[in-house]
Design a binder for this molecule. Structure first.
Ligand SMILES: [Zn+2]
Length: 424
């Protein structure tokens, strides 16, 4: 064993320990919630309400992998009474939705989750990261961030998952909030080799989908496309893409159809066509590996700022806005990366796309982010220069000024920055 292999095996062991003690925490929280529910006939608004009567040790609410010990860097859906690292949404805004989900998933869905065991091998975003879930029925299982995409783990077996999702769809066949379960059930049918059920579920969805009720008009078609691909009916999927391309020429969201083309071609093994459509979908792709466009602007403190001045440093350009929940949600991660690597010449430049400069000003007065900020506005020149559509949009630029990525976040971003620092 080499030294680095020994180190990584130790790291793995530590991580396993943390996962085990996190599971123990969730088990105790689960017992507390059951006892609370028995007495109040309802769940508490916040997990801190379990302490001390239903949960003796308040430290149980802290995951051992949570480096911040339950103390949030930014205030965002935060337990008002105690430091809590676990994700639990039963405040009045979400209570009704949580109860609907609970009914539809028959108690198999998560009531409490831990998001602190991110799998840093994940390349794209934190989508594939590891989450530990405690279900309403008090069982504990691991999943990716979208837990409903792991029904076998949720229900315990393939057949139980099929029964579970058939039941869910039967309960809410025409509710668009649960249309996402149709492609999941197709995947389960394919695993179980229930080909006839694949065909009949696709036909059933065609009768309940309502594309005209969606402002984008594509949502239900995209669900149907996902079902066709999951059911290995790629030729049919491609026909539908081509049909939509003809009939939806005036649709302002037409670009997102190109992504469907690309994914379909990719799964068919036609990489050349896939790349052509990926580029049509997102023209930023051609900027990858090229020199980041230079800009000169004035920062929010009134000082001149130019990207060229940062040559020799690693730069994260963070396009954000105060109204963008995921942007704010990503900030604690960027702060961690900044704190870990600033001494090694990592810099962050925030670029606010808010409507009004007063909005980021108020936010920054409150949270005092340690890096420079540029106000670009909702239709600013930097937004255009970097072809930014949706935010958060975090651009990673290396010491030579080359664009390394523009889409990664979370643990994957931290990992990539670490690799550049280490010279990989
Ligand atoms: Zn944990």
């Amino acid at each position: 064993m080499t030294f680095s292999e020994i180190l990584s095996s130790i790291a793995e062991e530590v991580e396993t320990c943390k996962i085990i003690s996190c599971k123990n925490n969730l088990e105790e929280i689960g017992n507390g919630l059951r006892a609370y529910e028995k007495e109040h006939n309802d769940l508490p608004e916040w997990l801190s309400e379990l302490h001390p009567k239903y949960l003796t040790d308040s430290k149980t609410l802290i995951c051992p992998a949570d480096e911040d010990n339950g103390v949030p860097i930014l205030t965002y859906n935060i337990d008002p009474n105690l430091p809590v690292s676990y994700y639990y949404e039963f405040d009045p805004d979400y209570r009704e939705w949580m109860n609907t989900e609970r009914r539809v998933y028959d108690d198999a869905n998560p009531v409490v989750r831990c998001n602190h065991h991110a799998n840093i091998d994940s390349e794209s975003t934190f989508v594939k990261s590891l989450h530990i879930n405690l279900s309403f029925s008090n069982s504990i299982y691991l999943s990716e961030i979208f837990w409903y995409k792991c029904p076998e783990k949720m229900y315990g077996s393939l057949q139980a998952a099929i029964t579970g999702y058939e039941r869910s769809i039967e309960l809410e066949p025409e509710n668009p909030d649960f249309f996402k379960l149709y492609p999941e059930l197709i995947r389960l049918y394919v695993h179980a080799e229930q080909d006839k059920d694949v065909v009949s579920l696709i036909e059933k969805f065609k009768t309940v989908m309502k594309p005209d009720e969606d402002i984008m008009r594509f949502r239900d078609y995209f669900t149907l496309l996902e079902m066709l691909r999951a059911g290995n009916k790629h030729t049919e999927a491609l026909q539908l893409c081509k049909h939509l391309e003809k009939t939806e020429q005036k649709n302002p969201w037409l670009k997102s159809l190109y992504r469907e083309f690309a994914v379909t071609f990719e799964e068919m093994g036609n990489i050349e066509h896939a790349n052509t459509y990926y580029l049509k979908y997102d023209s930023k792709r051609e900027m990858l590996g090229k020199t980041a466009p230079n800009f000169s602007a004035t920062d929010m403190d009134g000082n001149p700022i130019s990207l060229m001045d940062y040559r020799g440093k690693i730069v994260i350009l963070d396009f954000w806005a105060t109204w963008c929940g995921p942007c704010i949600g990503e900030m604690p991660n960027v702060i961690k990366i900044y704190n870990a690597y600033n001494e090694m010449e990592l810099e962050v430049i925030g670029i606010s796309l808010d409507q009004d400069e007063a909005e980021p000003r108020e936010f920054l007065d409150k949270y005092q982010l340690p890096w420079r900020q540029i106000f670009d506005g909702s239709k600013g020149p930097l937004k255009e220069l970097y072809r930014v559509g949706g935010i958060p949009s975090l651009w990673l630029i290396d010491r030579e000024g080359t664009i390394i990525s523009y889409g990664i976040r979370g643990a994957a971003l931290k990992k990539r920055v670490g690799e550049i620092i280490d010279g990989n």
